[in-house]
Design a protein around this ligand. Structure first.
Ligand code: UD1
Length: 425
């Protein structure tokens, strides 16, 4: 099995291109099922989860064309999905278990074909992650739903617009219901909707396809259902989590890094915390430069919460930074119940972390020391890479398939900034 080998101690320096957002491209690919014509998606990151989604759509009968090209220093690829040949409405366990986001075909299949059978999801082992809000939303639009033999089975002749009040903020449930409502008869109102930038990007793509949506990015989204959606072209928004991860890498290593092709307006909470940690930030259009040369980060306190608050997907990376910062940082995880699995691995590198329930208290140490560690989930793998970049000696990270689900060419991008990192095995 492949591993990543890092020799720590190099301050990162240079420029890096940010890829399209994983969490935007997955729902957008599912949304193409709603169209009557081919939909062309560009700025698609090369990620394992994208391949899984393409397989899922192909399994339903969609025709997928992947077009790869290199533009400038960054790589860009496009995917064209032609949903006209879709003949199945079943998302099988073999695919859904490897990627929770597969549940996002539920709304599109139900709205377009009147039926969907989606295996209950698996995905990252970061908590129980139920899908009750997805189901509640579909029911509010008139679907009949049963859950048996590990499948969500949904039916509806034609969905009808309705008012959906989510009990809690869920990114996936908001996306699923938004997609379903786009083809429902009449107007739907989604209350307590998630406000993540990826939802805005999904809504932008749906609008290109002819959907009528107001309020995406706020907690109340109104959708005027239309009878059909056509094809179109959409470019995926920049990945704010990848952006944040490279900025933390620069801050931890005492370097100076410019990220290109980023969307600084989607990163307020993360940039605030980097400033608090002592980083100098310069924002110029789609470029963010972080300068931490000759300095060490100060520990920061973090509480994860739905957007626009601090994202749970950046929690592990900031924990890694606190491990070598000056002072003590307290991290509260409020979104997922089991998202501290990186703690044990960071401790193997010499970190001083105490966990009490959903809180981790991190006392900075002067130096981490390289060791073999194991990735447990996607963002946890990123935190181990960050720790390896500053640890003394060699760190090897096992189970990096988690990383390939969500970071495009991370070792090439870090090498380009001077890191001593390579894939082995
Ligand atoms: C998405 C992101 C993931 C991110 C998360 C929170 C994608 C592909 N993944 O995941 O990277 O960490 O948002 O920002 O976009 N919940 C329920 N019932 C439901 C749905 C969710 O109780 O029906 C709970 C979950 O267990 C979790 C919380 O709500 O505790 C947030 O989950 P949700 O926002 O739905 O996350 P995902 O969409 O799965």
């Amino acid at each position: 099995m492949q591993k990543i080998l890092i020799e720590g101690g190099v301050p990162l320096n240079g420029e890096v291109q940010i890829s399209g957002a994983k969490n935007a491209v997955l729902p957008i690919l599912c949304a193409t099922l709603l169209a009557d014509e081919p939909v062309e998606i560009s700025n698609v990151p090369h990620l394992h989860d994208v391949v899984t989604t393409a397989k899922l759509l192909a399994g339903l009968g969609a025709e997928i064309t992947i077009d790869q090209g290199t533009i400038g220093k960054g790589s860009e690829s496009g995917i064209v999905v032609d949903p006209r040949s879709v003949h199945s409405h079943v998302a099988p366990y073999e695919l859904v278990k490897t990627m929770r986001a597969s549940v996002l075909v539920l709304g599109p299949l139900l709205a377009k074909y009147g039926a969907a059978e989606v295996s209950l999801p698996g995905g990252c082992a970061i908590g129980s992650r139920p899908v009750d809000q997805h189901i509640k939303g579909m029911q509010a639009l008139g679907a009949e739903i049963s859950v048996d033999h590990g499948f969500i089975k949904a039916r509806a002749d034609r969905l009808k617009g309705g008012r959906v009040v989510f009990d809690m903020v869920s990114v996936g449930a908001t996306e699923n219901v938004l997609m379903a409502a786009a083809l429902a008869e009449g107007t739907s109102v989604l209350e307590n909707a998630a406000m993540e930038p990826e939802i805005v990007d999904l809504a932008e793509c749906l609008k290109v396809m002819g959907a009528q949506i107001e309020g995406a990015g706020s907690n109340r989204i109104t959708v005027h259902g239309v009878a059909r959606l056509h094809g179109g072209k959409h470019s995926v928004v920049a990945d704010r989590i990848e952006t944040g991860t490279f900025l933390v890498a620069a801050a931890m290593t005492g370097g100076r890094v410019t990220v290109r092709g980023a969307r600084p307006d989607t990163l307020d909470a993360v940039l605030d915390k980097l400033r608090q940690a002592g980083a100098e930030l310069d924002i110029d259009g789609d470029r963010i430069t972080l300068d931490m040369r000759g300095r060490k980060p100060r520990a920061v306190n973090i509480t994860t919460a739905p957007h626009p608050a601090f994202p749970t997907d950046m929690q592990a990376q900031f924990m890694a930074m606190n491990c070598i910062a000056d002072g003590v940082g307290v991290i509260n995880e409020t979104i997922f119940e089991n998202r501290f699995m990186h703690v044990q691995e960071l401790q193997r590198l010499g970190a001083d972390i105490r966990v009490e329930g959903h809180t981790a208290i991190v006392r900075g140490v002067p130096q981490l020391s390289g060791a073999p560690v194991m990735a447990t989930d996607l963002r946890a793998s990123a935190s181990l890479i960050l720790a390896g970049l500053v640890a003394d000696g060699e760190t090897t990270i096992d189970r990096i398939y988690h990383l390939d689900r969500g970071y495009e060419n991370i070792e090439e991008k870090l090498s380009g900034l001077g890191a001593r990192i390579k894939r082995i095995g």
